[in-house]
Design a protein around this ligand. Sequence first.
Ligand code: F6R
Length: 243
Amino acid sequence: MIIYKAKDYKDMSRRAAGIVAAQIMLKPDCVLGLATGSSPVGLYQNLVEQYKNGDLDFSKVTSVNLDEYKGIGPDHDQSYRKFMNTNLFDHVNIEPSRTFVPNGLEEDSALACDAYEQVIQNTGGIDLQLLGIGNNGHIGFNEPGDAFKCGTHCVKLTQSTIEANKRFFASEADVPRYAYTMGIRGIMQAGKILLIASGRAKAQALKDALYGPVTPSVPASILQLHKDVVVVADEEALELIEG
Ligand code: F6R
């Protein structure tokens, strides 16, 4: 595992974008596993700039997103499909039919999850998986629990996640209670993992994930068992980790 300490969010975003850009340059038809949330917004802005400068070509890239809220559609302001379109896909030359996000409008969870698992497996494997980390140590929406869940599954969001995400909704009551998420297998099968974290609120989760015991109560701790993880985190997120 390599840990890069960035000065702040901007520096984290720039450095992490460099790693994603390198992946696309080295393998133009790569499969990117993508994340939403506050953490990758700056990274995506950097990628868009590099595309606009003529330095990056997304035309052969395939993307699979980690997760989507259950019960909201692609046009909902807070859907992760909308987030991806707004923050990245609408601004680069990625082929829309090769961008995948779980179908939040599928009410039958088993159907939604099986279909998405198939999508992930059909890509032939994720080359680079981008991850943020929840304040409770979640990755994707793999919430703390008694066991790691392998495949794509429907998850009941924890109160901590609902609290953390309510800032994006009109009120806490509007935050969906369920989500579809890629499981630990999809994440761990990726050739390379890029974990980004910014801010003090992530410091404990990051310390537990990187240096605590590997346990499903801190889902990100499983990353200790992956052979190629790069962490780009800012000083505040790393403040509980020495060196
Ligand atoms: C989002 C996702 C989540 C977030 C995590 C951190 O697709 O999978 O695991 O990465 O909740 O969210 P932010 O970046 O908003 O702090």
